[in-house]
Design a protein around this ligand. Sequence first.
Ligand code: NAD
Ligand code: GLY
Length: 360
Amino acid sequence: MKKLQVELGDRSYPIYIGSGLLSQSELFTQHIKSKQVIVVTNVTIAPLYLPAVLKNLQDYSTETVILPDGEQFKTLDYVAQIFDQLLARKLSRTATLIALGGGVIGDMGGFAAACYQRGIAFLQIPTSLLAQVDSSVGGKTGVNHPLGKNMIGAFYQPQCVIADADVLDTLDDRQLSAGLAEVIKYGLIRDIEFFEWLENNIDALLARNKSALAYAIERSCINKAEIVAEDETETGIRATLNLGHTFGHAIETGAGYGKYLHGEAVAIGTCQAADLSRRIGLLNDDDVTRIIALFKKTKLPVEPPECVDTERFLDLMAVDKKNVDGQIRLILLEKIGLATLPVDVNQDLLKMTLKTYGRR
Ligand code: NAD
Ligand code: GLY
């Protein structure tokens, strides 16, 4: 087992990465300081992994909330179902919430923990690759709104993250590729060696080679933990984690939540960001080609959907947490391994990218 640390002063916490972690009771119990525990999961994960988690909690008074599965349920209404259960079962402020699932459950469970009685302890047990390499680390929690993705939320750090790589065995191939989109992101924004390693090892990752996956999870979490430690609440460098996300969020919202997986939308959005970076004179043609080639090799889409046209993109991109005074700001790439901070983009060049990149 590898143990990393997210260094945030008195809110620091460990990330455990390894095999067989779901059955290591002490990993759970050492981070639970209460008698009452509530496990939040979904209908897909519950039959697969809830029994293993509950086995570690036999000495606790434990409730479970099983939500429907899907990005379209990442809403305030479904977080309210968690509150209903917390209140109906009279859980106190000392209770601990365990979020067991992918990024949707992690974001919703974390947000419920942040709000219930103004904050209860919570543990992240990420089960998708995307959640293990990104969403479970760093304390961004929240839900979608029909007018904008992840627009309602809070920064709220967990007590620990337990990433058991064995659970990826049941993740389908499409979800695995979607998780790899966020893995590639770390290479692009700050870790060229990792990007090169990914170019050479993408087939092993897609074939679920255990040591390749373990390395990719660990290196991603190291990158994420360093960024979060430097800029917990995204006043600077953390924004680089949003490479491709402003385009991607517009695709997710515009196409309808759940049509494109988050990682798929990020892959397309990152290619659009690369195209725009080239137009403004940052990236060279070869780097753009390399980036698109790696996403394609990862079996990810690289072209925006017809249903989101330029006007719709601009409308949706105007609702983004990086925007200042209504001005769209984007993370772009200076080169592979180096992202910019948010930049005010030239509207004409942005429109050129939206109109031409990936459009037949
Ligand atoms: P998800 O939570 O919808 O999980 C993907 C699918 O895989 C779901 O159907 C889920 O039930 C299933 N699944 C998960 N683990 C499984 C397993 N081990 N075996 C079988 N099936 C499994 O989506 P995701 O890709 O994990 O996360 C995407 C969400 O994360 C988005 O809402 C995105 O906005 C959010 N996100 C948040 C952050 C953050 O910093 N908080 C970062 C990136 C993404
Ligand atoms: N996934 C973006 C962030 O954690 O900041």
